[in-house]
Ligand binder design. Structure first.
Ligand SMILES: [Fe+2]
Ligand SMILES: [Fe+2]
Length: 508
């Protein structure tokens, strides 16, 4: 009798064999697949096996077997009844890929990195975010150019005659009294702004929140208020951000699911291979996995080479191409119905300046069933809008805003959405490429917004958008240990496109 894939797969894992495309279908038709696996073991063969390595004789079962219903293995669900069939309603096996890309820098980068390009990028950012602030924020009157406001400041020195301006934030800082000061700049001029830290009945909760967190350099905000008596200072009555209050999600008629991972770091000694094998088994046996049509991989899929000093000592695979080949093999373990969408991160073999284009064709050729995109990528799956960004700028948000920490990285994502910008700060930890159209502006509010990079894991709703900080497949590194940082590895986040219900499967 032929064996089922669920029976064969653990034997392959134990023998450290990887079934490449087509091999699975062949093995399930073979009289005694286990003897073939034993044969490979006795010959010391490990790694990927291809169709031509298998004996040609089979029992002739060429018609696809009727799918046996696999018993649900709740051992892999932490013994939790953590998902319901009606929340994840559709099997992905016969569903075709429906992916449309709205923004990807790949092939569209035109900057030469000159001063004129930097100016053009900031002008574009200011223009686009100004339009969003006017559209989404309740401005008390039309904004004016800063030079004109200053020339006419005598008109705007009383509380009842409010002035409005929109500009880029310069040098945000807290005064010793706890007020927030910053310069606000547009193409005509700059003015000093002060947001007072009021207490008691005067306290405005939104202002307190901004004062508590601070602002990022190069943020685009609107201010309404009035000038001081000598005209040197602009007192802010209200601050205006480009985000609308609430986003209405799109629900797809195709109720398949999307899974999210990032930061696999294949090639590192701390890559968690055994847990990957456990997930591969789950993918091939669990009923929830049968609903997963897409796997979004949000960067740092390999550890890379020469990314930080002394990295060589932490690498199990020292060759960059070898790391990508190994990752391609690991993805081959997933069922054939799963389509991967892969973007680069700061460990990948592309330029570090964001937006980053996708991986080179000579790397892509190792992979099957994978769509390669740039970082960030704004795309739709079956009509549901996703924004995937690796998340390098979270380092800047942690450094710049007092409310963002590595233990709560989704707070950085909330701040990005509030600003409608993924990486505002020029000259911080995130290298930026000054494109004539600022590719890091969040053009449409996504239904699902995903980042990685910080090796945490969270999945929460924020004003109608599902925020996912996707989990890593790398154990704590020596650098993280030194910093006392504990990653949250091996969590597969799953979101259904028809219901927007979410769950997370632990494999650690
Ligand atoms: Fe990473
Ligand atoms: Fe990263």
């Amino acid at each position: 009798m032929p064996a089922s894939w669920a029976e064969i797969f653990p034997h392959l894992m134990r023998a450290k064999l990887i079934a490449t495309r087509g091999v699975k279908d062949k093995l399930v038709t073979m009289e005694d697949p286990f003897s073939i696996i034993r044969d490979f073991e006795s010959k010391g063969i490990m790694g990927p096996i291809t169709l031509d390595m298998l004996p040609t004789k089979s029992i002739g079962r060429t018609v696809a077997p009727i799918a046996e219903s696999e018993p649900e293995n709740i051992e892999f669900r932490n013994n939790l009844p953590d998902w319901r069939k009606e929340d994840f309603p559709m099997e992905a096996l016969d569903v075709s890929v429906d992916l449309s890309i709205h923004y990807d820098i790949t092939g569209n980068s035109t900057t030469e990195g000159k001063m004129v390009d930097i100016n053009a990028a900031f002008t574009n950012r200011l223009e686009r975010l100004r339009k969003l602030i006017i559209k989404n924020s309740n401005l008390p009157r039309r904004p004016m150019e800063i030079a004109r406001l200053q020339a006419e400041r005598g008109r705007f020195q009383a509380r009842e005659s409010i002035a409005v301006a929109i500009g880029l934030v310069n040098d945000p800082r807290h005064t010793k009294n706890g007020h927030l000061m910053f310069g606000l700049e547009d193409s005509t001029g700059e003015m000093n702004c002060l947001l007072m830290n009021r207490t008691g009945d005067d306290r405005i909760i939104e202002h307190s929140n901004v004062i508590e967190s601070g602002l990022m350099p190069d943020d685009v905000v609107g201010v309404s208020g009035s000038f001081s008596a000598n005209g040197d200072l602009f007192y802010i009555d209200d601050l205006h951000f480009p985000m609308e209050d609430r986003h209405e999600k799109s629900y797809s008629d195709t109720g398949v699911s999307v899974a999210f991972l990032s930061d696999i770091h294949v090639g590192s000694k701390t890559f968690l291979e055994a847990q990957w094998m456990k997930m591969a088994k789950w993918f091939n046996t669990d009923p929830l996995a049968r609903t997963i049509k897409y796997l979004v991989l949000s960067g740092d899929c390999v550890d890379g080479v020469g990314i930080y000093p002394g990295q060589d000592k932490e690498l199990a695979i020292k060759d960059l191409y070898g790391q990508y080949s190994r990752f391609a093999e690991l993805l081959e373990l997933l069922p054939e119905w799963v389509e991967c969408i892969m973007l680069p991160g700061n460990h990948d073999a592309v330029r570090p300046a964001e937006p980053q284009p996708t991986l080179e064709p000579d790397i892509q050729q190792d992979f099957n069933a994978t769509t390669f995109v740039g970082n960030p990528c704004d795309f739709s799956l079956h009509g549901v809008r996703l924004l995937s960004y690796h998340g390098k700028s979270i380092d800047d948000f942690v450094a710049g805003l007092r409310t963002v920490t590595y233990s709560d990285p989704v707070e950085a994502m909330r701040q990005m959405l509030r600003r409608r910008h993924l990486a505002p700060q020029w000259g911080g930890k995130t290298p930026l490429s000054p494109e004539p159209e600022d590719g890091l502006v969040i053009r449409e509010v996504p239904d699902i917004f995903v980042t990685g990079h910080v090796h945490g894991h969270e999945c929460v709703d924020f004003r109608g958008t599902t925020l996912i900080c996707s989990s890593t497949w790398q154990d704590q590194t020596s650098y993280q240990r030194m910093l006392g940082f504990q990653p949250k590895p091996c969590m597969l986040t799953v979101v259904n496109l028809g219901t927007h219900k979410t769950t997370a499967i632990p494999f650690a």
